[in-house]
Design a protein around this ligand. Sequence first.
Ligand SMILES: Nc1ncnc2c1ncn2[C@@H]1O[C@H](COP(=O)(O)OP(=O)(O)OP(=O)(O)O)[C@@H](O)[C@H]1O
Length: 231
Amino acid sequence: MRKSYPGASAPALDGVDLTLRSGETLAVLGPSGSGKSTLLRAIAGLEPLDGGSVEFGDADERFAVVFQDPGLFPWLSVRQNIALGGRYRRNRDRFEDSRVDDLLGILGLAALAHTPVQELSGGQAQRVSVGRALAVRPDVLLLDEPFSALDPATRKDLQLWLRGLAAELELTVFLVTHDVDEAITLGDRIGFFAGPRGFRQQWVPAQDGTTAEQILAHYRGAGDGSGNWVI
Ligand SMILES: Nc1ncnc2c1ncn2[C@@H]1O[C@H](COP(=O)(O)OP(=O)(O)OP(=O)(O)O)[C@@H](O)[C@H]1O
C-alpha cells in the first residue's frame, strides 16, 4: 500500500505488504515517525490510500481501534462508556445489555461499573477503552501504543492481561508500538518498521524466550533498504 500526506516530501507508506492471520497478534515495532500509526489507520479504513488496498477475509469484518489516549467520556460511568461502544454498532437494535455485564466481568471492572471514569487510574481507564472497543464484537482489534502513557508496572500488568484476553476471546490483534518488551510480551509475530519501503516481518517465537537484545538486533537492521521480507 502507498500513502503520501499532502505537501510531504516523502510518502508515509510505500510498498508495505503484510498479511494478518486470524487469531494471531502481530506487533509492529518502529521509531517515532516511521509510519506505524498511518499503517494502522489505513488498515482500519480511517486513512485513504494513494495506492494498494486492504483486503478482508470476510466482507463483514469489524475493526475496533484503541489509541494511547483512552478518549472516554469523563462524566459517564465505566458501564456507560463501554455501552457506548456497542451503541455504535451497525445493528444497534440487537445490542444486548448483558454484553456489557459480560465485558465488565472479563475486564475485571464489575466493581467499578458505576464509577465515573474521571475517578479511574490510567490503567483502569485504558481497560475501559479496551472494553468499549470489544463492545462492537470486533474481528480485529487494532492497538496504537495503547499502554505507552502508563507507568512501567501498570503497563506490564496490562500487557499480560491483554495477552490472556486475546487468547481467551480468540482475537486477531494488530499492535503498533515502539516498546520492544511490549512487542515480545504480546506478539506472536513481530514486524519491524523503519519507514517507507523498510517494512520487515518475521516470525518471532515471542513467548519462547526471545530476548529484547535479539529483537533489537533485527530492529537496528531494519533500515537497510532491502524492502519487505515476509515469512
Ligand atoms: N495527518 C498528517 N498530515 C501530514 N503528515 C502526517 C500526518 N500524520 C502523520 N504524518 C507524517 O507521516 C509520517 C508518519 O507518521 P506516523 O504518525 O504514521 O508515524 P508513527 O511511526 O506512528 O510515529 P509515532 O510513533 O511518533 O506515533 C511522519 O513523517 C508524520 O509527520
